[in-house]
Design a protein around this ligand. Structure first.
Ligand SMILES: Cc1cc2nc3c(=O)[nH]c(=O)nc-3n(C[C@H](O)[C@H](O)[C@H](O)COP(=O)(O)OP(=O)(O)OC[C@H]3O[C@@H](n4cnc5c(N)ncnc54)[C@H](O)[C@@H]3O)c2cc1C
Ligand code: FES
Length: 343
């Protein structure tokens, strides 16, 4: 069941990023876990657009439900939110989803957070949770941005640093920076493998140490390579992707094909252009099939293959929960001519 939330406050974090603060619904409160995301549904000029945004708020710490949105160049909804949405607007949302959450079962003593740009949103949510609820855990935030001005949540992070000085260490990495010697936790350049290795310097083992990563592919690779080279494994590493990453090599056997899609008792013939998923083809044809993350994470777009052959491309997490013949249409591409899908 979807909810309709009212925007109670719009906070400008940087020149290109806003936080929308929603009031909890009067009757049935929305329950969520730190690090999960909220999916917003917009209708613009008669067309439906659905986009997931991680909570930047933390349950039990923040009274509003908050999401933080950075403009994407030519992006439809991120710019709509930055330019048009205002206090008092009502927005339809899906129930919270996502498995990028604090993993209680590992008994972590130290948790490292690695983020770049808007990737900070789910990290901040989990950091607030650990600092407020898990007294024995040390938190290390490694956060990359262009400069001080483009750093989202810089004031909130400073306040947390002051409040939890003995167990919250922050290193800022700025690509546009003249280094000042009196600020040892301000580092010039990107978070690369070498710098990640230096940060991991004190640890001799990965036992009870967790890592949470959210940012571009390069960040994830650098951090994982550093952990692998130092400890010989990449255990206890969790990551969230805001975009589906597609390797052009995976499309070598894929051609533009017509696909038959059965949805709500109707049969639609879709042209699925090479490189586009079956979900993208359906949305382009104005067929309002369900979806949310578009990164192969949530299962909202799950369909059943009735005929033909297809292939999922770009999945970063193992999906053992899919039965034979079930596919996530946001990352599914036809391999043969006669594909029939039902959702
Ligand atoms: C689980 C999850 C959580 C997310 N949380 C956040 C969040 O907290 N804050 C936030 O700002 N965004 C977040 N996103 C990204 C967000 O959902 C949208 O994808 C993003 O706002 C772009 O939407 P758009 O409509 O503006 O762009 P579109 O109109 O959909 O796309 C325009 C162009 O931008 C490219 N593009 C799409 N997404 C991105 C991206 N993230 N970065 C760079 N280029 C992109 C597309 O390939 C396309 O070429 C999250 C995504 C996921 C899957
Ligand atoms: S939309 Fe989430 S798995 Fe496809």
């Amino acid at each position: 069941m979807n909810y309709t939330l009212k925007v109670a406050e719009v906070r400008h974090e940087t020149v290109d990023t806003v936080t929308l603060c929603f009031k909890q619904p009067g009757l049935k409160k929305i329950k969520y876990l730190a690090g999960q995301y909220l999916t917003l549904i917009f209708r613009i000029n008669g067309r439906r657009f659905i986009r997931p945004y991680s909570f930047s708020s933390c349950p039990g710490v923040d009274s509003f439900l908050e999401i933080t949105v950075k403009r994407v160049e030519n992006g439809l909804i991120s710019n709509h939110i930055n330019d048009i949405v205002q206090v008092g607007d009502s927005i339809e949302v899906m129930p919270p989803m996502g498995d990028f959450i604090f993993e209680e079962k590992y008994n972590f003593t130290d948790v490292y957070f690695w983020g770049v740009g808007s990737g900070i949103t789910p990290l901040l949510s989990i950091i607030k949770y650990i600092l407020a609820e898990k007294n024995g855990i040390n938190v290390f935030l490694n956060y990359g941005n262009r400069n001080h001005e483009s750093t989202i949540f810089r004031d909130q992070i400073d306040q947390l640093k002051a409040k939890y000085a003995n167990r919250f260490l922050v290193r800022h990495f700025h690509t546009k920076l003249t280094v000042e010697e009196e600020k040892p936790h301000l580092i010039q350049g990107r978070i690369d493998q070498k710098k990640a290795l230096e940060i991991l310097g004190n640890h001799t083992s990965q036992d009870h140490v967790g890592h949470y990563i959210c940012g571009p592919v390069g960040l994830k690779e650098s951090v994982k390579n550093a952990i692998q080279s130092k400890f010989g494994n990449v255990e206890n590493v969790f990551s969230e992707d805001f975009e589906l990453i597609k390797d052009p090599k995976d499309f070598e056997n894929i051609h533009t094909q017509n696909v038959t899609l059965n949805f709500q008792g109707n049969s639609h013939m879709l042209e699925v252009v090479k490189g586009k998923s079956i979900l993208e083809a359906a949305l382009n044809a104005d067929i309002e099939i369900p979806y949310s993350c578009q990164t192969g994470n949530c299962s909202t777009c799950k369909g059943a293959l009735l005929k033909g052959e297809v292939k999922m491309i770009g999945l970063t997490k193992q999906r053992d929960d899919l039965s034979a013949g079930e596919y996530l249409l946001c990352c599914t591409h036809p391999l043969t001519e006669n594909v029939h899908i039902e959702i």
